[in-house]
Design a binder for this molecule. Structure first.
Ligand code: PEP
Ligand code: MN
Length: 338
């Protein structure tokens, strides 16, 4: 359940509620809004009597029972859209952002080239994998620690905050020391030990939907991060597996409005991995923006044909430039800022 405190309730009233619910066996989670505090109480379904008892406490406005299997991620918990800060870049709540960069960090020259493309056309975040979770153990696994150093250097040179993937719980500390945002990839959506670890890392999380994860399962998985006390989660649709083979994955555009309806968290889309080839990326990106996404991640490379991973889907300078021009028009039509 969620206990909604009255506007500007004094801290003693909040403390009183916290001690009551803790004594009753609930785990409290505090969310500070602009003018009011919300207290999530995770535990057994509350009885009507218990809700009345809590409603009667000083400065409690309402007590809402959350019916969904996820709590902190739900709109019932927080009515207003959340925004998340990635370094000094804000996403969510009317602010549209684009993160661009190569699939994997391959060399200084390659990363600098991709970062220049990203920056030139108005992306405000640089994304690139240092640790790559590859389907085949024989494929390029990423430059790992060296990749993190190159990302740090490129951030220093360009000012773009960096997003990079973390693939194992034991790597979280190391990756979090370099990254402005930690990415959890589709192959790790339900790696609960990893999710709990990133929940404690103190960095925002770009959380991708697994290729066969339902929306409910996805939001329940997000709850593993949120319930560790990390509220800065961005949900990312990246395509799901269906019977269709004409695309690498089927981009679930419906996931955007569905997630926005069910959750207050920002929703991004990764059209590159869904499409699997560059000719489709722009259409899917524009559709995602039109469907209400708060941001996109787009794979770019100065020479896509030479990329060590995902070569077929990375956009070159000119292609990314064209996409950003069209995207600006779509985003402006929606009354959002890019
Ligand atoms: C990636 O972002 O490069 C990636 C591997 O994506 P996903 O986890 O969505 O497959
Ligand atoms: Mn990739």
């Amino acid at each position: 359940m969620v206990i909604v405190m009255a506007k500007n309730a004094p801290s003693e009233a909040v403390e009183r509620v916290l001690s009551e619910i803790t004594a009753l066996g609930f785990t409290p989670h505090i969310s500070e809004g602009e003018s009011r505090t919300l207290i999530g109480a995770i535990g057994p379904a509350p009885t009507e009597e218990l809700r009345e008892q809590l409603s009667a406490l000083a400065n409690v406005d309402t007590v809402v029972r959350i019916t969904k299997p996820y709590k902190l991620a739900s709109r019932e918990f927080r009515h207003d859209d959340t925004f998340v800060m990635i370094g000094d870049v804000r996403t969510g709540n009317g602010r549209f952002v684009v993160a661009a960069g190569p699939c994997g960090v391959e060399s200084r020259e390659q990363l600098e080239g991709a970062a220049a493309i990203a920056k030139r056309h108005g992306a405000t975040l640089l994304r690139g994998g240092a640790y790559k979770p590859r389907t085949s153990p024989y494929a390029f696994q990423g430059l790992q620690e060296e990749g993190l150093r190159l990302l740090e250097e490129t951030r220093a040179a360009t000012g773009l905050p960096i997003i990079t993937e973390v693939t194992a719980p034991e790597l979280v500390e190391q990756v979090a020391a370099s990254a402005d945002m930690l990415q959890i990839g589709a192959r790790n959506t339900q790696n609960f030990a990893l999710l709990a670890e990133v929940g404690k890392a103190g960095k925002p999380v770009l959380f991708k939907r697994g290729m066969s994860t339902s929306i409910t399962e996805f939001l329940q998985a997000a709850e593993y991060i949120l319930s560790q006390g990390n509220p800065n989660v961005v949900l990312c649709e990246r395509g799901i597996r269906t019977f269709e083979t004409a695309t690498r994955f089927t981009l679930d555009i419906s996931a955007v409005p569905v997630l926005k309806e069910l959750s207050h968290l920002p929703v991004w889309v990764d059209p590159s991995h869904a499409a699997g080839r560059r000719s489709l990326v722009s259409s899917l990106a524009l559709a995602s923006a039109a469907a209400g996404a708060d941001g996109l991640i787009i794979e770019v490379h100065a020479k896509p044909e030479e990329a060590k991973s995902d070569a077929a889907q990375q956009l070159n300078d000119a292609e990314f430039g064209q996409l950003m021009t069209s995207l600006k028009a779509v985003v402006a039509a929606l009354g959002k800022q890019l």
